[in-house]
Design a protein around this ligand. Structure first.
Ligand SMILES: Cc1cc2nc3c(=O)[nH]c(=O)nc-3n(C[C@H](O)[C@H](O)[C@H](O)COP(=O)(O)O)c2cc1C
Length: 218
């Protein structure tokens, strides 16, 4: 079992990192290998550059991206752990997806770049690696419910991005209301939530999800 965790937070000793550690505990207990891709610590540049744009239109693959592809390809479980910024992933993590989930590797239109704009749907190219998202939010669940932010995140991230590329077996979790001393108990409960999510995620009889289908049924 090899897990790749993509993590984005400027500090490795703040609450989101503790959530990641709690999530990892069941993997460690199973002696799984874990590749932590800490985007800040690795100085990942999330800016979509001229070279990325050139590759989008059929040019050569930019430096450093193939190495990221290899790290994803090596994984048989994939996780994203992040603080919620503006009802989504931090720009750092969004930029990682923009640059790493490249055309011709993650998805493809028709036979290649020349069919872009001609066919209605892209084909997904990634294998169905079980994938989990754990977002840590400062706001209360009631706020997410009131405005539909959690649904919006699932539609955009689980369905529109990950399942779009073939990672259809994706589940996402939010830990709410984690800011301030008065919420210490919620932070503690959030760690348990992350650990329990990992335990379930690792169950041998876990039924794979189909995020695209579930999007219409749930
Ligand atoms: C730029 C920024 C945007 C944020 N946007 C949201 C948001 O949209 N929803 C939310 O629930 N929390 C939001 N938060 C709160 C963070 O998710 C929360 O503070 C973080 O998960 C807690 O970890 P930390 O204090 O160690 O960074 C935001 C925080 C920052 C810095």
């Amino acid at each position: 079992m090899h897990l790749l965790t993509v993590f984005s937070h400027p500090f490795s000793d703040h609450y989101p990192a503790a959530v990641m550690d709690a999530f990892h505990a069941p993997f460690v207990a199973q002696a799984a290998s874990i590749d932590v891709l800490d985007l800040h610590a690795e100085n990942f540049d999330p800016r979509f550059t001229e070279a990325d744009h050139d590759h989008f239109w059929g040019g050569p693959i930019p430096g450093g991206i193939v190495e990221m592809h290899r790290r994803v390809e090596a994984a048989d479980r994939l996780a994203f752990v992040f603080p919620v910024y503006w009802w989504g992933m931090p720009a750092m993590m969004k930029g990682w997806i923009e640059r790493v989930f490249t055309a011709g590797w993650a998805y493809q239109y028709g036979a290649g770049v020349h069919d872009r704009g001609k066919v209605a749907d892209a084909s997904s190219l990634l294998p169905r690696i079980p994938t989990i998202l754990i977002g840590v939010g400062g706001s209360k669940q009631a706020t997410y419910d009131r405005y539909g932010y959690a649904d919006a995140m699932r539609t955009q991230l689980d369905v529109g991005t990950l399942a779009y590329c073939g990672l259809t077996d994706v589940e996402s979790h939010l830990i709410f209301d984690v800011e301030g001393d008065h919420n210490a108990d919620k932070r503690l409960a959030g760690l348990e939530q992350a650990r329990a999510a990992a335990e379930k995620f690792l169950l041998p009889d876990r039924i794979p999800r189909d995020a695209k289908r579930d999007h219409f049924e749930e």
